[in-house]
Design a protein around this ligand. Structure first.
Ligand SMILES: [Zn+2]
Length: 547
């Protein structure tokens, strides 16, 4: 058995038929050698969602099950109301059924603020068993469909599940070969995006948008100045913009909302961004069961923005679809997609839905409409990880479409009626999100709307600060399609065990145009918690040996 220590973890997974799809997706995110369990094959680790097979030949067995065998003397803790557990100082939520172990094995993780163990470890005659009293793949299924409630947004639950599993394997003395969710030499990926809900203030003629602007720039600004939520300088900026309105409408002065495009071009010269344009003017969309859904319609016609779109693209920015009905209708989605293809020349645009409209069938519908990726899964009233992860994933119901989760949205942070935060509070939240991206890797997606830097929002200073913070980290700035393509290449990596020497063959089957994408690397984790990265530059097949 000792000779297994030299061999990297090759995991055999035992699970039910309905769990297989989530097991497969989980191991696209925890990209390490594994296969569905085959009898008479020797694994270093067996993961089982029920009692492990008697003939398992391995060093470590990890059971994820909320219905443990009687001899472990389990107690039922939750039948689906959220509970929090804690592992090595990190708290994480469990959304499904949870069992505890008051008197079996030694505790690895406990319920928060409680002595009750939810993950226990025990040495058996042939192997070590770790039993987690929850159903990991049911947790994955939930995170990749409904997602987490906004209150838990700051906890990357899925990324924590991956980190814990990795840690349990390493503490058993087994090295791990993994493709980390970041390019070689980077801490994480940053993806800057802008939803173009508005182009010019002059697109609006005495409508809700214009009146709202006037109210917030005048009385609203005065009120916020009195409460010291904005500075004198900001107050004057708003009043000046308000006073300039007649000249702006007469065409004597530049439209201050339109100026945001040049501001972004200047700020993002080295980073690039993705701009999502609304494909049709005056269409509020169907099935939007929210107050004031008529106001969802765009006041600009994208066909009249060709020169703007050309300019953005010429500077290396990506153009995508800010969808109206694509989330519920494949026909409408196809039409919306085609319009942006025709106008932008981007043959394969991705999508983010306006107002983040989405339901459980949307991934399938968007895929049918021909979109390669979606970036709608995020919050309108929080910042963080709705799907519990910073990684690009395949959502429920999709086969080719990938989801680029959205993490930080300006209006979610600052709008009254959303979080309505002061800048200092919003900054604390953003710092926490950035710090998690740094810890777990993946891609941090930021949405800052056009017009958000201009009066009366004036959220530009905050955005610049966020951008400067990201630039100081070891980050790869990618457009949305680049980030998704990078993950597509990572997903296409496969592993093969070369039994005789305990080596692992890593095959890169590049899906996307890799020339412009940074290298994937192979990470070898040693049980002493150090790791070594080998960048994959060139060779499509690499054999790795852990010692
Ligand atoms: Zn929008």
């Amino acid at each position: 058995m000792s000779e297994q220590v030299k061999h990297a973890a090759f995991i055999g997974v035992v699970c039910g038929e309905s769990e297989r799809v989530w097991v497969e997706e989980f191991f696209q995110l925890f990209k390490t050698p594994w296969e569905f369990f085959r009898p008479h094959v020797r694994y270093s680790v067996v993961i089982s969602t029920g009692e492990p097979p008697d003939d398992a030949d391995c060093k470590l067995v990890i059971v994820f099950s909320s219905t443990p065998a009687e001899q472990r003397r389990p107690v039922l803790i939750s039948e689906g109301q959220t509970v929090f557990a804690e592992y090595e100082g990190t708290a994480f939520p469990l959304y499904g059924k949870v069992a505890g172990f008051p008197s079996w094995g030694s505790p690895l993780a406990r319920l928060r603020d409680s002595a009750m163990a939810v993950v226990v470890e025990a040495a058996m005659t042939r192997f070590v068993v770790i039993h987690a009293g929850y159903d990991l793949f049911a947790e994955v299924a939930l995170l990749f469909s409904a997602g987490q409630p906004a209150g838990n947004a700051l906890i990357p639950a899925l990324d924590i599940h991956i980190a814990m599993l990795r840690d349990w394997i390493l503490r058993a003395g087994i090295p791990i070969v993994e493709i980390p969710p970041v390019p070689a030499g980077r801490k994480f990926i940053a993806c800057l995006t802008h939803d173009v809900d508005f182009v010019r203030i002059t697109d609006h003629k005495l409508d809700h948008t214009l009146l709202g602007f006037v109210r917030r720039a005048s009385a609203g600004s005065l009120w916020r100045l009195a409460k010291r939520e904005i500075s004198w300088r900001e107050f004057l900026q708003n009043i000046t913009a308000l006073a300039s309105l007649p000249a702006v409408y007469l065409g004597l002065r530049q439209d201050f909302w339109f100026e945001d495009f040049d501001r972004y071009l200047e700020l993002e010269r080295d980073t690039k961004a993705t701009f999502f344009f609304i494909p049709f003017k005056n269409r509020p969309g169907q099935n939007v069961r929210r107050p004031h859904s008529r106001r969802r319609a765009a006041a600009y016609d994208v066909a009249e923005q060709r020169s703007l779109i050309e300019k953005l693209a010429r500077f290396g920015n990506e153009i995508g679809v800010h969808g109206i009905d694509a989330w519920h209708s494949p026909e409408r989605g196809t039409e919306e997609r085609q319009r942006i293809v025709d106008i932008s020349g981007n043959a394969n645009p991705g999508v983010r839905m306006h107002w983040l409209c989405f339901d459980t069938s949307s991934p399938q519908v968007l895929e049918k409409a021909g979109f390669a990726y979606d970036s709608t899964v995020g919050y309108n009233d929080a910042a963080g990880c709705r799907a519990g992860t910073f990684q690009v994933f395949r959502p429920k119901g999709a086969t080719t479409l990938l989801e680029l989760p959205l993490h930080i949205q300006d209006s979610a942070l600052f709008y009254q009626g959303r979080l309505g935060l002061k800048e200092t509070q919003a900054w604390k939240i953003c710092e926490s999100v950035v710090s998690n991206a740094q810890t777990y890797g993946g891609v941090l997606t930021v949405l800052w709307h056009t017009r958000s830097m201009a009066p009366e929002r004036l959220w530009g200073g905050f955005y610049i600060r966020l951008l400067e913070t990201l630039k100081r980290k070891r980050v790869w700035f990618a457009t949305a399609a680049q980030a998704v393509d990078w993950f597509r290449n990572r997903r296409a990596v496969s592993f093969q065990r070369l039994d005789s020497a305990g080596r692992i063959r890593v095959t890169l089957d590049r899906q996307a145009d890799s020339e412009k994408l940074p290298a994937i690397s192979i990470r070898i984790h040693s049980p002493n918690r150090t790791f070594k990265d080998i960048p994959c530059t060139g060779e499509p097949v690499m054999d790795v040996c852990v010692e």
